[in-house]
Design a protein around this ligand. Structure first.
Ligand code: HEM
Length: 467
């Protein structure tokens, strides 16, 4: 047994892991509830919410709890897993207090009706002090945990530590980009609308956070490869170089944009494409390594981890191909189709798969059979959402729009949006299955099972185990 893992376990870190996992899955539950409101309002056959303001608040709540809180909270679980023994558990409990207090303020701001919803890219905003206080507390919580986790990693690093250290470095860059954007935007131009101000403030940060999400997803792919297929990559040097490439590309893009007025960046299509390619190309290297290893697999596809990995790699690659095919067609529903293929089909699916592995370690799965079906159902639902959104985009459907306000013009995309709606219901059902199974499993198993199997932290280059 690796000496450091003993102190890892008994230092209270397992209870931190459980607490952060509970927090992350709860955030996904909130994001899913808002997704159901948004998807059923944009489904012509339903049109659940009757006002544009209602839809905009639902989308703002959805994006905040899905793209920010759920993903960054789960990435903190990964930073916790990658953290060396000398990293004190108290750091993570303090960070969790900050992050959950922040999330509490965010949900109050969204539901209270205070302030206006501004649907800027990557970071939707409710223009109200409660929302900004919530965002700041949440960022401080996650930022503190990431720093604590990877700041101590020294010497030989496992592949997970290499990946999550790269993600943390890019995370710091993302915070830096927010600071430099603010420097351009203050003092605030009174003529600038809230949309222009916040779009310019968060555009570069939002893009760099997608690098963090993609690097974290590929780090999880290697864990799922082992847990689901009992396989690993033969030589992980190429994988490590791909992580280094993600960091270098993110730094280059950040350096290239610092000197430009942040108000000019969102409209720069060339920069958007460069950002997309820089995030995607190293990930495609990881996808090739993973698919190669699956071909040499020892076990079948029946495990929840194996199913999640297959769906994640497939939907992620589909999302990249979709963006390359549609990038010159202007703004329409193809953009959320791309988002959902990449950050839901790819990133969220991978994180769901690893949650099953960790639950297996932390205790007992409440409904094991459900976990084997859930990734396929969620994947199928997401495929229909993506296909419906992209088809609607091809018919001219705009993003984040209350269709009844468009009158007869919206008739052109009724069928594709109904397909999106049907897929949305299936995906929400798959999401609810995951949330229920995870929350019940985590809540009902207070103590680590003594006979729990060892989970290697990355088979290819094992440096640590959770015991
Ligand atoms: C049950 C699964 C989900 C469903 C049914 C769903 C549905 C939707 C819908 C209907 C919209 C509004 C699209 C528009 O009107 O333009 C939307 C927006 C969005 N969703 Fe989801 N969503 C789901 C899960 C997620 C997850 C897990 C994430 C991130 C991890 C996510 C990220 C986003 C983002 C970033 C947007 C804004 C898109 C844009 O700016 O164009 N979604 N979602």
């Amino acid at each position: 047994m690796h000496p450091s893992s003993a102190s890892w376990a008994y230092g209270g870190r397992l209870s931190q892991l459980r607490a952060w996992l509970l927090f992350a899955v709860s955030a996904l539950a909130i994001a899913g509830a808002f997704a159901l409101l948004a998807v059923l309002t944009r489904t012509p056959a339903v049109q659940l919410l009757g006002t544009a303001e209602g839809l905009h608040r639902a989308i703002a709540g959805h994006v905040t709890f899905a793209l920010l809180v759920w993903l960054l909270a789960f990435e903190t679980v990964l930073w916790l897993l990658a953290s060396p023994p000398e990293c004190r558990p108290r750091t993570f409990s303090r960070s969790l207090l900050l992050a959950s207090a922040g999330s509490g303020l965010l949900i109050v701001a969204v539901l209270s009706g205070r302030g206006a919803a501004v649907l800027t890219d990557y970071v939707s905003v409710i223009v109200d002090p409660l929302f900004f206080a919530g965002l700041a507390l949440f960022a401080a919580g996650v930022g503190g945990a990431a720093w604590a986790a990877v700041g101590h990693v020294a010497g030989t690093r496992s592949l997970l530590q290499h990946g999550m250290q790269a993600a943390a470095v890019i995370g710091v860059l993302a915070l830096g980009a927010c600071g430099t954007a603010l420097a351009w935007l203050l003092p605030r131009d009174p003529a600038a609308t809230d949309f222009v101000f916040f779009q310019s403030l968060f555009w570069m940060t939002g893009h760099l956070l997608q690098f963090v999400n993609v690097v974290a997803m590929t780090s999880v792919w290697y864990l799922l490869l082992d847990a689901g297929f009992g396989a690993g990559v033969r030589d992980d040097r190429l994988a490590r170089r791909a992580y280094d490439a993600s960091v270098v590309l993110a730094m280059l893009l950040f350096a290239c944009t610092v000197g430009f007025d942040s108000r000019t960046l969102p409209a720069n299509l060339g920069l958007s494409v460069a950002m997309g390619l820089a995030a995607a190309l190293p990930a495609l290297v990881h996808a090739a390594l993973v698919v190669g290893a699956i071909a040499r697999r020892r076990r079948g596809w029946s495990s929840p981890e194996g199913a999640a990995l297959l769906c994640s790699v497939t939907l992620f690659v589909c999302g990249i191909v979709l963006a390359l095919a549609r990038v010159r067609t202007g703004s329409s529903m193809w953009i959320p189709a791309h988002y959902h293929a990449v950050v839901v089909g790819g990133v969220t699916m991978a994180f769901m798969g690893l949650t099953y592995t960790l639950i297996g370690r932390l205790g007992t799965m409440a409904w094991p059979r459900l976990s084997a079906v859930q990734p396929w159902l969620y994947g199928l639902g997401m495929l229909l959402v993506v296909a419906g959104m992209n088809w609607a985009g091809a018919e001219g459907a705009p993003r984040k729009t209350f269709d009844p306000a468009l009158g007869a013009a919206a008739a052109r995309w009724v069928t594709p949006m109904n397909v999106m709606g049907a897929g949305g219901v299936v995906a929400v059902l798959g999401g609810a299955m995951f949330v229920l199974n995870a929350l019940v499993s985590l809540a009902t198993t207070a103590r680590v099972r003594a006979d729990a199997p060892v989970i290697p932290i990355h088979a290819a280059s094992v440096h640590g185990r959770i015991r």
